[in-house]
Design a binder for this molecule. Structure first.
Ligand code: BGC
Length: 755
């Protein structure tokens, strides 16, 4: 026995000696930690799925490392909170989340980017290309333009070193006085969802993540942090949530931002209904939910209700997803599985959308601002809406000898909207005014309409008047062949407008000018719908929204007919506030922290649907937009295949110049009962030379012919006849229609036919 043991020990020794050299060759160097971080990481294998890669890296993470990913900081100093931004964050940025270098997980650098790479106000602002406002992009009704804008701002974001963008705002326009109307995409769930989905897709094509926000019902800024929206499940799913659902389906965003407000009694960021049930379970969202800045209110309810990441430390009352979350996981109030799910949801989009494999590195000098300005300009030109054009006053005649340009600082630039989405223009603002602090400053971009106009009529005398003194402006108007009066309405995050009238006596200015000269064209830069008490007295009116970086050039090109306007209103312009579901804005003027309730008794009857139902005649209907050409629709046919309505028709340019028309297809039930007489079912924007015609067709998303049923979580299509209407806007007197018959059908919660 003893002998045997000796032999075997000897054999082992020999064996060890014989294998020693190969061990030695692979032995870790003295600095073994370094070697670990440089060893190939299994989760960096691109052949694996994002899910597999996430699982692999998640297994390696300690609890403290996991906690890092669910905890976001503000990327800007906040001295009033005694807060200094993490040194690794990007100056004047919205957010920052620490990565885990040991595992190759990069930091997350977050920028606001509704219309371009935004900058928080302060000393070191970033200068970037600004798209026109979101409502302008919606007014293009053109998904390619929306995608191109997203792709452009995403490319600038990457060059500035950002890998997560807080873009993708799609709060449905229920309240035209909302200070953030300019950031969103209007009142129709399909149009808004499609436009924002395309923009998100464009952003993410840069291998970065974009965000869908503000989920949900943050439709007014007054008391946004405390107000409670009351709405039932079915109308919510058919309106505001449908817009978000369509944007989610089309854009596939990596993250979703929950909103400030409460919904049916629960904060949006701790609403089990919104986050767990609708977003994650019903729609199948796999990414992460981040809170709006200051919108987290708890640890355990928030984590268990579906919030994955607290954002914007120090805006909340407490660091809910810091030590408190660790304790909650350790004592079981938040399960380990849910905690891992939170982290997994942050990681998976990083793999899926390219953040892990294509690290960002800041090199802003590579940005081609000139080319990007043209992308923005195209969006502005495509979204500008010709509201009125009597006697073909526009396009402007180059024969005019004396042209008056009045108001709105049109001599130096174009207006932009305020708040966190504020983009600072390259080369500095043309004018800085408004509030010194958030949501200010009010910025004008240095793209002068006056200069762009003058450049096109060098022989004419173009005179500018600031419009402050209406009498002086009228005098100039009387002495001119042609008058271009610019009016504006500055709107901004965190404050609603008191009413839909233009501020600063601008209505009186236009009235005085129009009285002095009938050849008056009004160019409007507004956040959204406004009243126009002078409309009957002016020759033409153009809604230019906030037209972005090259706005002055875009306006001049439309006014002179270098571009034929083709924007159409993505929102109804009411004739009075009495026509709105809520004639008085709830809670206005704001009493700080008041816990008001806003009751959406109109349900899904939003915008034109409300106007149709009530028989109100708006100032301008949804979908309205003129052109320098004319178009005729003909040959409308509709059929039903596999339960889907398909409409086909011909559009002809009957005018004398090339132009684009938005052919809108609405559906109206003959016997079924909907929330409104009709809904937009689809559209096509066609580009036609003078005299040319084209065939077009639209297939209607079946959800748009159904009613959502909460009890069964399905969309029910009622058997019966439905009118398919082809129109140029929501109240088009020349609309034609055909009738189709639909069999009863059921769609699942995602809108797919249930067999
Ligand atoms: C806004 C968000 C924005 C965030 C970060 C909030 O005040 O509501 O839209 O993304 O700030 O700047």
């Amino acid at each position: 026995m003893i002998f045997q043991k000796k032999i075997s020990l000897l054999a082992m020794a020999i064996a060890l000696v014989s294998i020693a050299p190969s061990f030695a060759a692979e032995a870790p160097p003295a600095d073994s930690k370094k070697a670990t971080s440089e060893a190939p990481k299994a989760w960096m294998n691109k052949k694996l799925t994002p899910e597999q890669r996430t699982d692999l890296v998640l297994k390696e993470m300690t609890m403290d490392e996991k906690l890092k990913l669910v905890f976001g900081y503000f990327g800007t100093d906040a001295p009033w909170k005694n807060f200094k931004r993490p040194v690794e964050s990007i100056t004047q940025s919205a957010g920052f989340v620490y990565g885990i270098p040991r595992l190759g997980i990069p930091n997350l650098w977050l920028a606001d980017a509704g219309i371009g790479v935004a900058s928080q106000g302060g000393p070191n602002v970033r200068e970037a290309t600004a798209l026109p406002s979101g409502i302008n992009t919606a007014a293009t009704w053109d998904l390619k333009t929306a995608y191109a804008g997203g792709a452009m701002i995403g490319s600038e974001a990457r060059a500035f070193g950002f890998n997560v963008l807080l873009a993708g705002g799609v709060n449905l326009l229920r309240e035209p006085r909302n200070g953030r109307t300019f950031e969103y995409a209007g009142e129709d769930p399909l149009l808004a969802g499609k436009i924002v989905g395309a923009q998100i897709g464009g952003i993410q094509s840069n291998k970065i993540v974009s965000t869908l926000k503000h989920y949900a019902f943050n439709d007014q800024e007054t008391n946004r942090g405390t107000l409670n929206v009351k709405i039932d499940d079915a109308p919510a799913r058919m309106a505001d949530l449908l817009a978000l659902q369509v944007a989610y389906e089309d854009g596939n965003p990596g993250s979703v931002m929950c909103a400030y407000n409460r919904v049916n009694g629960f904060y949006a960021c701790e609403s089990n209904y919104l986050l767990n049930e609708v977003l994650k379970k019903d729609w199948g969202f796999k990414g992460w939910v981040m809170s709006d800045w200051g919108a987290t209110h708890s640890t355990i309810p928030a984590a268990n209700s579906g919030l994955d990441q607290q954002s914007g430390i120090p805006f909340d009352q407490s660091e809910y997803f810091g030590a408190a979350l660790k304790e909650a996981v350790q004592n079981g109030w938040v399960s380990q599985a849910r905690f891992d799910d939170m982290v997994r949801r942050v990681l998976q989009p990083m793999f899926e959308f390219g953040v892990m494999d294509n690290p960002v590195s800041a090199n802003p000098e590579t940005i081609n601002f000139k080319a990007n300005g043209l992308v923005s300009q195209k969006d502005a030109e495509e979204g500008m809406v010709l509201l009125k054009n009597d006697n073909k006053l526009l396009p402007l005649s180059k024969a005019a000898k004396k042209i008056a340009v009045i108001g709105s600082r049109a001599d130096i630039g174009v207006l932009s909207g305020g708040g966190s989405s504020q983009v600072y223009p390259v080369g500095g603002a043309a004018f800085k005014g408004g509030p010194q602090f958030f949501p200010g400053p009010m910025l004008y971009y240095p793209s002068s309409p006056l200069k762009a106009i003058q450049a096109r009529v060098p022989q004419a005398k173009v005179t500018y008047n600031d419009g402050v003194d209406a009498v002086a402006a009228a005098k100039l108007a009387a002495d001119s062949d042609m008058v271009l009066v610019f009016v504006n309405q500055w709107t901004a995050e965190s404050v609603d407008v008191p009413n839909l009238s233009l501020p600063d006596n601008q209505d009186a200015l236009v009235a005085a000018v129009a009285k002095a000269n009938a050849k008056t064209v009004v160019v409007m830069q507004t956040g959204g719908p406004v009243f126009m008490p002078w409309l009957a007295d002016v020759g033409a009116a153009v809604e230019a929204w906030y037209p972005g970086t090259n706005g002055g050039e875009a306006i001049a090109r439309v006014l002179f007919g270098e571009v034929n306007p083709s924007g159409h209103l993505p929102a109804t312009f009411p004739a009075s506030e009495a026509q709105l579901p809520r004639p008085v804005l709830d809670g206005y003027p704001e009493v700080k922290d008041a816990r008001i309730t806003v009751n959406y008794t109109e349900g899904a009857t939003v915008g034109y649907k409300w106007f149709d139902l009530k028989g109100h005649k708006p100032l301008f209907p949804f979908g309205h937009g003129l052109s320098y050409s004319e178009f005729a629709f003909s040959g409308l046919k509709a059929d039903v295949k596999n339960g889907l309505i398909n409409a086909s028709f011909t559009v002809k340019n009957t005018g004398s110049v090339a132009g684009k028309e938005v052919a809108q297809v609405y559906v109206a039930p003959v016997s079924a009962v909907w929330e409104a007489p009709k809904r937009l079912g689809g559209w096509q924007k066609v580009d036609l030379k003078a005299g040319a015609s084209t065939k077009a067709s639209v297939t209607i998303d079946p959800r748009l012919v159904g009613m959502y049923d909460s009890a069964t979580k399905t969309w029910k299509i009622a058997e019966g006849d439905y009118k398919v209407i082809l129109a140029a806007d929501a109240t088009d007197a020349k609309a034609t229609s055909v009738t189709v018959h639909l069999n009863a059908a059921t769609l699942d919660v995602k809108g797919k036919f249930v067999k």
